[in-house]
Design a protein around this ligand. Structure first.
Ligand SMILES: NC(=O)c1ccc[n+]([C@@H]2O[C@H](COP(=O)([O-])OP(=O)(O)OC[C@H]3O[C@@H](n4cnc5c(N)ncnc54)[C@H](O)[C@@H]3O)[C@@H](O)[C@H]2O)c1
Length: 259
């Protein structure tokens, strides 16, 4: 079966997701849709010219109708975050793979260990009330809480750096797109190849530690049908409270835009 992804919004994020998919030869076809058709067509041409170096992906521009024949539709047409603007102000409840990846990267750099051997999540809102799950963070099967080289000050600094990275990047170059591009491509591969990967993605929470009816990021199993299994996540008492605070912040923001 042909694998097709339609990306709505051919700006920085949409085009970078497409480029990440092309470089890793993940899908057969990518369609870019943008209100600015000239932009979409130019992105398509530029991307097409990268294909001969790496794989066989077909890339074209199209319309919303293309979503109906796609395994995955990616919506990247929101307004981009401005310098100084909080992510909650932007009310985006997107995949928080980005920040967990940054967190693992910073932990790996601090401990001088391949970040693929570090298992650590940032959960909750993808924004200011997100929180690190130190209780379940491991290097191999060693708890990071017990690691001699990770003081409380290091932990605080590493989490703050991961959380604030997007602000720092936006101050310097107005937008972020490489990490989200790679993160989305990783997520799309898990879907189209039915990888059953454990990933931290935003989804409807229906009763975890007293939290329900809100979309936020928790680890789930991702396969061809999307979220195919929810995990029973072990959180400390303090982390449970942080989850509840994050859920309340998201519900309040959602209520505000419904007014
Ligand atoms: N989750 C993350 O980690 C993360 C990271 C970066 C950006 N983002 C979000 O991704 C979104 C896109 O960011 P960007 O930097 O690519 O912005 P951008 O302005 O470069 O691109 C957005 C594109 O969407 C198009 N568009 C707008 N409305 C449309 C519609 N109804 N149909 C089709 N196309 C439409 C615009 O013409 C524009 O080309 C923003 O909401 C941003 O906040 C999320």
């Amino acid at each position: 079966m042909k694998t097709k992804v339609t990306i709505i919004g051919a700006g920085m994020v949409g085009s970078t997701i497409a480029y990440s998919l092309v470089l890793q030869d993940i899908v057969d076809e990518i369609t870019l849709v943008d209100l600015n058709t000239e932009l979409a067509e130019s992105q398509v041409m530029d991307l097409q010219h990268s294909v001969p170096f790496v794989g066989r992906t077909t890339i074209n521009s199209g319309s919303y109708a293309d979503c109906s024949e796609s395994q995955v539709t990616v919506i990247t047409c929101g307004a981009a975050q401005q310098p100084g603007e909080s992510r909650l102000a932007l009310v985006q409840r997107n995949a928080a793979i980005l920040d967990s990846a940054r967190f693992r990267h910073l932990l790996g750099a601090h401990l001088d260990i391949d970040n693929r051997s570090i298992h650590a999540y940032i959960l909750g809102e993808h924004g200011d009330s997100e929180f690190p799950v130190w209780s379940g963070a491991t290097m191999g099967n060693m708890r990071l809480l017990d690691h001699q080289a990770l003081s409380d000050t290091d932990k605080e600094r590493i989490f703050e750096e991961a959380k604030n990275a997007a602000y720092t990047i936006i101050e310097g170059k107005q937008s972020t797109y490489y990490a989200i591009g790679a993160g989305c491509a990783h997520l799309i591969r898990a879907i189209v190849r039915n990888r059953k990967s454990v990933l931290s993605v935003s989804h409807l929470i229906e009763g975890i530690y007293g939290v329900e009816n809100v979309c936020l990021s928790m680890p789930v199993v991702v396969g061809r049908q999307g979220v195919v299994e929810r995990l029973d996540v072990d959180l400390s008492k303090e982390e449970q409270e942080l989850l509840q605070i994050s859920a309340a912040a998201l519900k309040a923001a959602a209520a505000e835009i419904m007014l």
